[in-house]
Write a protein that binds this ligand. Sequence first.
Ligand code: ZN
Length: 136
Amino acid sequence: MSDCIFCKIANREVPAEIVWENNDFVAFLDINPVTSGMTLLIPKKHTSSYIFNDENEDMGEIMKASKVVAKMLEKTFKVKRIAVIFEGLEVNHLHVKMFPLKEDSSIKGILNSNYSKPTPEDLHKTALDIIKAKSE
Ligand SMILES: [Zn+2]
C-alpha cells in the first residue's frame, strides 16, 4: 500500500535502522522504544495487522523469522528471553513487537518503566551491535 509507513520501510523509501532481513521479512528498531533494543519485524508484503486473521502458514513463517531476530537480540543484550506482542495497533501492517527482557523484567515492568528515548545516534549504534551479533 502506497501510504503505509511499514511498506515504505520495506521498500527502502523511508529510512530505518534495519537489523535483519530475508526475502519475505525485515526487522528494524522501533524509533520510540520502551526498552533498549525494541525491534519490529514485518512481512515485506502488506498484510492486515491483526495476526489472527492471517493464514496459518503465514503465521508460522512470521514466528520462524521472529526466532532468528530473537536469537540476535538475546546475544546482543545478553538476555535469556525476548517477549513479543502482536497487538497490531498504530500501523495497520502486520508487525511483531520484540522486547529484550532483562533479568527480573517483564512486559508489565517495561511498560511501567521510565525508559528514556534514545537519540538517532544511539539507535544507530544499537543497530550496529545487533548486526554484529549476527555475524559473530
Ligand atoms: Zn504496509
